[in-house]
Design a binder for this molecule. Structure first.
Ligand SMILES: N[C@@H](CCC(=O)N[C@@H](CS)C(=O)NCC(=O)O)C(=O)O
Length: 258
């Protein structure tokens, strides 16, 4: 396992500190780590306690999720978009935000569908809560996912809408890759890697986790991350998963260091 410091220690440090959840390949945290890897930015890892009270993190950032990125004494960045702008400023090359106006609009539009509230990862998490709070799960598992559901405003309406939201996003991402490939590009936007490729590669873990030799994780989390919803399974196209594998193979750190 990677080396982590406590949040209290990280607050007092200079430089770049990133709060992450040890042992779990959460798509938001893996995306931040992927961007830092591509940009070769050194950073100190601080520990978030998954679903815990995280009192120091709460005092520091007014919230308790991971990841959080903080540079020197600047305000801590708690969302993917603030983190992307910070990392792009600290290491402008390789550029992960397209310079071209239309490409940039498209990249942020699609990234928003994956990463923001009510996006793909958010809705896929609702489905984890739906599936792992069912009566056939053991009490300890149900407790964990009840808690996760309460933290992220799970309920019958969002649960019913979640498969459709995930599927429409997956279909749009498939169409985007097919269009790009027909035009001779291996990437989602333009002809080079952008943050969107990294966001997709890490979000895809919530459909099919990377194999154990590339991503070691506890059996419960592997089961939770493996999609079992038939609508999402039908929308998990070979092109989407091949793109995840290509981005990891060519650009990201393997095996994952959790
Ligand atoms: N605030 C982040 C999202 C972070 C997020 O949803 N983190 C989840 C990853 S599943 C988390 O920390 N879950 C465990 C917890 O809340 O303790 C953003 O908007 O970019």
């Amino acid at each position: 396992m990677s080396r982590y410091v406590e949040v209290a220690e990280a607050i007092a440090m200079p430089g770049l500190r990133v709060v992450l959840t040890p042992g779990i390949p959460g798509p938001f945290s893996e995306a931040a780590k992927g961007i830092l890897h591509v940009k070769k930015l050194p950073y100190v890892r601080a520990r978030q306690d998954v679903l815990g009270a995280n009192p120091e993190l709460l005092r520091w950032t007014a919230q308790t999720t991971a990841p959080v990125a903080c540079w020197n004494d600047e305000p801590p960045r708690c969302t993917w978009i603030e983190q992307l702008f910070l990392f792009e400023r600290l290491a402008p090359m390789p550029r992960l935000i397209p310079q071209d106006w239309d490409e940039r609009l498209l990249m942020f539009g699609l990234a928003n569908e994956l990463m923001s509230e009510n996006g793909f990862s958010w809705n896929r998490r609702h489905l984890m809560v739906r599936d792992f709070t069912r009566p056939e799960q053991d009490a300890a598992t149900r407790d964990i996912y009840d808690k996760l559901g309460r933290k992220y405003w799970y309920g019958p309406e969002v649960s019913a809408a979640a498969p459709g939201r995930c599927v429409e996003i997956m279909q749009r991402f498939t169409a985007q890759l097919e269009k790009q490939q027909a035009g001779g590009s291996r990437y989602f936007i333009g002809d080079a890697l952008t943050a969107l490729d990294i966001y997709w590669a890490t979000a895809a873990a919530m459909l099919e986790p990377l194999p154990p030799d590339l991503c070691e994780m506890a059996p419960l989390f592997r089961a939770v991350y493996t999609n079992r919803d038939p609508a999402l399974r039908a929308a998990t196209t070979p092109v989407l998963m091949a793109h995840r594998d290509f981005i990891y193979r060519e650009h990201l750190e393997l095996p994952l260091q959790l």
